[in-house]
Design a protein around this ligand. Structure first.
Ligand code: FCB
Length: 446
């Protein structure tokens, strides 16, 4: 049985849905710059206009209400608040007003806002000063977190500092598939460390700004985690799995929950400089851990002692349009491991979902049985984990709307609501209706 206070929601992020990138005093973000660089986005598109959510907030919140969502996880675009990457006099009041209006609409409809402060859209002005490679960005983040949480802290009680720091550090600075597009493997740990440090600096600031929440504000961080399995039982594959688990999972979990980086990760990047007190800052106790789960990771040992991700074709699991294996059991395995190794006080599944090539049928409906099966399969594993004592307190489907999927542009649809980008029409997919029934208590016996 799922506890009755369990929260059902959907998630989105600013750059993927808002559009209006040059309106309301918003400054340029690293993603505007990256998307404008030829060859970086498969369809040459950008987050303009995305879902035009900036102008359609009222309609989109009404849709959430119709679906019965109890919570909505969204992110704040840092360059809407600090167009020049600085606070003080250059803070953009219009940006704060926009999010306050969104929050008020949510609260009017009884939808609990979960706010993510950083879902990858760094002000370009800060990138010009080195971005996350520069230690100063840590302080800039703490200042930004202060401004936003002070303004919204009387009505938003649930806060997430970062979304998926691995993606920023690895895809943004090692492979260059994401903004800012650097290809500097030597910077991986330094960027990860600065992201974690900025999290640790922001947590007490946010807590001190939340007002009127019974039991105080709740602050956490969202990680993209994945259970790592060796391709085979060979020693080298087993070793590859340990290394990969370190670089993907433990590199964030250990400092957050144990106050130290894993020794095997540090060995691979010995140049990381850690100042006195920084590990204590990172290990500030969390109210919850946010978990984004999409698939498991299978690795084999590749050249130069580098783990290489691979698949077991003989197992022949279904794949999504992203090419990601559908493996619900991995979510249970992950949750059980988190409880065993880190014992977080609470866990929210802050993202889980799948892209498929949805189309609108002749009757105007969007039938997406594979997404229904995906969501159902994963929710079942959450229910199992809760029954086994893992403190999962909520589940957010990724995503409310089809949206701009980063380097994949508009080619991948993750929504439980279909968006016709030409007209900005929203059509609730079958999966959206399924989710609506689940929340209303008719589905899966919950
Ligand atoms: C996650 C991101 C989210 C979305 C999904 C598919 O890594 O947090 O913005 O792109 O993947």
């Amino acid at each position: 049985m799922t506890p009755t206070d369990f929260l059902w929601g959907a998630a989105a992020s600013a750059y993927q849905i808002e559009g209006a990138t040059r309106e309301g005093g918003r400054g340029e973000s690293v993603w505007d710059r990256f998307a404008a660089t030829p060859g970086k986005i498969v369809d040459g598109s950008s987050g303009e206009p995305a879902d035009d959510h900036y102008h359609r907030v009222r309609e989109d919140v009404a849709l959430m209400r119709e679906l019965g969502l109890q919570s909505y996880r969204f992110s704040i675009a840092w360059p809407r608040i600090q167009p020049e990457g600085r606070g003080g006099a250059s803070t953009n009041k219009g940006g704060l007003d926009f999010y306050e209006r969104l929050v008020d609409l949510l609260l009017e409809h009884d939808i609990r806002p979960f706010v993510t402060l950083y879902h990858w859209d760094l002000p370009q002005a800060l990138q010009e000063r080195g971005g996350w490679v520069n230690r100063d960005t840590v302080e800039r983040f703490a200042e930004y977190a202060d401004t936003v949480s002070y303004r919204l802290g009387d009505r938003v009680h649930d806060w997430i500092t970062h979304n998926e720091p691995w993606v920023v550090a690895y895809l943004g600075h090692v492979t260059g598939q994401h903004a800012p597009g650097l290809t500097r493997p030597d910077l991986y740990l330094r960027v990860a460390h600065h992201l974690l440090l900025s999290h640790g600096r922001a947590v007490p600031v946010i807590r001190s700004n939340v007002r009127g929440a019974s039991g105080g504000g709740k602050v956490g961080i969202t990680l993209n985690l994945s259970p790592v399995e060796p391709l085979s039982g060979h020693d080298e594959d087993e070793r590859a799995a340990v290394i990969q688990d370190g670089l993907l999972n433990r590199v964030f979990l250990d400092p957050l929950f144990k106050g130290a980086y894993p020794a095997d990760v540090l060995e691979r990047q010995p140049e990381l400089e850690i100042e006195t007190g920084e590990l204590d800052t990172i290990a500030v106790p969390l109210d919850f851990l946010g978990v984004n789960y999409y698939n498991r990771t299978i690795v084999t040992m590749g050249p130069n002692d580098q783990p290489r991700t691979t698949t077991r074709p003989e197992e022949n699991y279904e794949r999504t349009a992203m090419g990601w294996e559908v493996y619900p059991r991995g979510l249970y395995d992950l949750l059980a491991r988190l409880k065993r190794d880190y014992d977080p006080p609470a866990i929210y599944i802050t993202e889980n979902g799948a892209a498929f090539d949805d189309t609108v049928g002749p009757d105007g409906a969007v039938r997406d049985p594979r997404r229904v099966a995906y969501l159902e399969g994963h929710v079942e594993q959450v229910v199992r984990a809760v029954a086994d004592g893992v403190p999962v307190k909520g589940y957010f489907a990724w995503s409310l709307l089809d949206n701009w999927e980063w380097a994949e542009g508009y080619t991948k649809r993750f929504g439980i609501v279909y968006v016709d980008y030409a007209t900005q029409t929203r059509i609730v997919k079958d999966s959206g209706r399924w989710y609506q029934r689940l929340i209303a208590g008719e589905g899966m016996g919950l």
